[in-house]
Structure formats: structure tokens, C-alpha cells
Design a binder for this molecule. Structure first.
Ligand code: ZN
Length: 265
């Protein structure tokens, strides 16, 4: 079990949801890092979606500190309070903003910043901020992973980006047709997670695949956006289907279901 505080996290999840629909957001993925591109080819617990969440929330918060429209963002009591409470909530050490203000005298003015601008505070405490975004990333993931509509939007956005020619992937990741190679080792932890998320049912026809009272159900772990449509081997691209529904879907577009097992009827 994990301890999650969910402080500040819904706002960040909404942010990531919004950015997933915008093609330029996928520029923030660190495409030059082989450890990241490898995740397209091989299922990793540290998913591409985790990386995307981290990149979006850290970049967005830094940009917010840097500019506010055309001007440098200055002291906003509410914003500073939220950040300081988050540091406190997650037990991450940071120089208190009030202390920073007390010692930030002419130095920052000389660099063209007003003294109550919080960008220098952010930059002086970059490790603390990075630590905060890394700590919040799994909580944002926890909220977004059950939401298949979001996952489809993310995977379609990623597939579109990969076909745009903006990124050149290492050839060992690709088939001769330029698709991501299939990862044939389907890890047990991923099967369990997807099975648990879908409550053991095919997400399309909703047949019970648990096999408790029948033996003729075959479970298929399906790529929401197929590899042949530039989908990737990321856990966030996998869903549970029965054999019949998977065979119907095989060559189709990326698709999912927006129906969920309710907590009660
Ligand atoms: Zn089905």
C-alpha cells in the first residue's frame, strides 16, 4: 500500500488532462534520453505517462514562476501558501519563502527581478521543487490511470506525435514498417493491474472474465491504440478484452470504453 495525501493533486491531474490534447505538450518528453525512449518498446513500471506527468507539472509550474502573461510573476500570497503547504504535507525541506524574502535584498533587483518575485526562490530551491514534482507524480498517475478516456486521449496524442516526424527514434525500437516493436514479455504485475482496474470484465461486452464459474473465457490484454497505429508498449496503453472483442478490434483505430463498474447501482 502507498500513502497518498492528494494535496494539490487534482489541480495537477486536470492540468495534465488538458495538456494531453495539445500536440506541443509531447515536445516535453525527453526524447534524447534512451532510458525514456526504451519505455516505448518495453513495459516499465515507471511509465511514459509518469514521465509525461512529471514533465508537464514541473515545466508548467516553473513557467508560471517565470512569467505571468508578459510580466514577471510576482508575489501571489495564495500561490506561495499552496506551495509551502505542499512542501510541508510531503515533508520536503525548502527554504521558507519569508526567509528568502528577508535575505533577498538588492541582489535580485540588480538582476532585473523585483524583490518579491518568486522565481529566484524557485531557482534557489530547485532540488526541493523537483523533489515535490517527483513526489506528486505517482499521485497524479493514481488518479489518471483508471480514467480510460484520458488514457485514450494521451495514447492517441502520443501516436500522432510519433508519426509527425518531430522525433527520430532509435531503429532497434522499430519494425521495418516503422511501428514500435511488440513487447512479447507481458509482465504479471501489469496483467494484475489492468485486470483489477477493469474488475475482471471485458470493457466492451462486459462479460465476466474471472473464470470463477466458467472455463471458456479467454483474456486478452489489448493495446488501446494498436502498435500498427503507432501505439506504444506503455502500461497506460493496455486494457482488458475478451477474445471476441479483441479480434473485432484488432486492425481498428484506437478505442476504449467509457463505461465503468459503479460502486453501487
Ligand atoms: Zn468482449
Amino acid at each position: 500500500m502507498k500513502k497518498y495525501s492528494f494535496f494539490f493533486v487534482y489541480e495537477l491531474a486536470a492540468l495534465v488532462d488538458g495538456f494531453a490534447g495539445d500536440q506541443s505538450s509531447y515536445n516535453y518528453i525527453d526524447w534524447s534520453n534512451p532510458a525514456i525512449t526504451k519505455r516505448l518498446r518495453h513495459f516499465s513500471k515507471d511509465t511514459i505517462l509518469h514521465h509525461f506527468i512529471y514533465q508537464i507539472i514541473s515545466t508548467y509550474q516553473y513557467e508560471r514562476a517565470k512569467v505571468d502573461g508578459d510580466t514577471i510573476a510576482c508575489y501571489e500570497k495564495e500561490k506561495i501558501e499552496i506551495l509551502e503547504t505542499a512542501f510541508h504535507e510531503y515533508s520536503i525541506a525548502v527554504e521558507p519563502y519569508s526567509l528568502y524574502l528577508a535575505r533577498a535584498t538588492g541582489d535580485y533587483r540588480n538582476h532585473g527581478y523585483p524583490v518579491d518575485c518568486y522565481l529566484p526562490w524557485y531557482e534557489n530551491n530547485k532540488d526541493s521543487f523537483n523533489n515535490l514534482w517527483m513526489t506528486l507524480t505517482p499521485e497524479v498517475f493514481h488518479i489518471l490511470f483508471p480514467n480510460r478516456s484520458f488514457l485514450l486521449k494521451f495514447n492517441l496524442g502520443l501516436a500522432q506525435y510519433l508519426t509527425s516526424g518531430k522525433v527520430k527514434l532509435p531503429s532497434e525500437l522499430l519494425t521495418s514498417k516503422g511501428f514500435i516493436k511488440r513487447d512479447k514479455t507481458f509482465p504479471a504485475w501489469l496483467k494484475k493491474a489492468v485486470y483489477f482496474r477493469e474488475h475482471g470484465r471485458c470493457i466492451f461486452c462486459e462479460v465476466d472474465l474471472s473464470g470463477l464459474l466458467s472455463t471458456d473465457r479467454q483474456i486478452h490484454y489489448d493495446h488501446m491504440v494498436p502498435l500498427a497505429r503507432f501505439g506504444v508498449n506503455d502500461p497506460a496503453n493496455i486494457q482488458l478484452l475478451c477474445q471476441a472483442c479483441n479480434l473485432k478490434k484488432l486492425m481498428g483505430e484506437g478505442s476504449t470504453s467509457t463505461r465503468y463498474a459503479a460502486w453501487w447501482d
